[in-house]
Design a protein around this ligand. Structure first.
Ligand SMILES: Nc1ncnc2c1ncn2[C@@H]1O[C@H](COP(=O)(O)OP(=O)(O)O)[C@@H](O)[C@H]1O
Ligand SMILES: [Mg+2]
Length: 265
């Protein structure tokens, strides 16, 4: 119909945002992550799926060095964000975690006001030069967390007084307040009701415009709804990784097929 349409180009998605090579994780004698290689895209949602105990959370925690906080845990291999080795001695894990934000299963607002929950990170990282700038960061973050309209008239009220779904969106606002580039979410909806889950899923879909989002989920339906890429883990191995549609409709590995058809899990 339209001869003038532009010639379709294959967009070079070029460099991955996160690249892991030969990643091993041990908890004492327990070899929890076995030689994982993966490239994670920028501006996309990647889902980690697999049976309970297969290592999804463990691998997620490698990506912002949260495993450093677990005494018995040992991480080996090479993990790069924008080609920078995040386990390099010169990397400060506190700075890294501002750049690679995390949202947990159970909403965990600080016992502080809604405002202070979001202002906390920008304050410790010195991101605002004055109160007006901090106010702007707080508003922008709450908007990104899709919760501004619900809390703008009660910013001094405690964050813990919000509903579960609102608390989780507040935690997402808190995570984005330090201008991260990657957002890690470990089963962020598992404590939420279906309506709050839908709101958070919609938010995740918006967030991918600005961030590389990695979400652990035990819900295959959720992975299919929110992600573009899916990684299937089994017994500490990354068994299969690809476009979400391919993983669910045309899995290559029999273990993936068993899991998605409900035979293992
Ligand atoms: N803090 C920890 N200390 C010791 N072992 C752990 C810890 N967290 C996880 N593990 C072990 O690592 C393996 C993977 O667990 P995990 O990453 O939590 O799996 P998933 O998130 O897929 O359910 C399991 O064998 C689990 O018992
Ligand atoms: Mg887990």
């Amino acid at each position: 119909m339209n001869d003038m349409r532009p010639v379709e180009r294959i967009v070079d998605t070029d460099k991955p945002k996160i690249a892991a090579r030969g990643c091993q994780v041990y908890y004492g004698e327990n070899h929890a992550i076995k030689d994982v290689d993966v490239d994670i895209e920028d501006k996309a949602v990647t889902a980690f799926i697999g049976p309970s105990g297969c290592g999804k959370s463990t691998f997620l925690r490698c990506l912002n060095r949260m495993n450093d906080t677990i005494d018995v845990c040992r991480v080996e291999g090479d993990i790069r964000i924008d080609d920078e080795d995040i386990y390099d001695r010169k990397v400060d894990p506190v700075q890294l975690r501002a750049k690679v934000g995390m949202v947990f299963q159970k909403p965990n607002p600080f016992p502080k006001s809604i405002y202070d929950n979001v202002a906390y990170g920008p304050r410790i990282h010195g991101l605002a030069k004055d109160k007006a700038e901090l106010d702007e960061i707080v508003e922008r973050s709450l908007r990104r967390g899709a919760i501004w309209d619900e809390v703008k008239d009660r910013l001094t009220a405690p964050g813990t007084g919000l509903s579960g779904g609102q608390q989780q969106r507040l935690c997402i606002a808190r995570a984005v307040a330090t201008e991260p580039e990657v957002l890690l979410m470990d089963e962020p909806c598992s404590a939420l009701d279906p309506i709050a889950t839908e709101q958070v899923e919609n938010l995740i879909d918006e967030l991918r415009q600005n961030y590389s989002v990695v979400i652990v989920t035990h819900s295959m339906q959720q992975a299919a709804r929110v992600s573009q890429k899916t990684a299937f883990f089994h017994l500490g191995n990354l068994v299969e990784y690809g476009e979400t549609g391919q993983i669910f409709n045309n899995p290559k590995d029999p273990r993936t097929e068993s899991y998605i058809t409900g035979r293992i899990g």
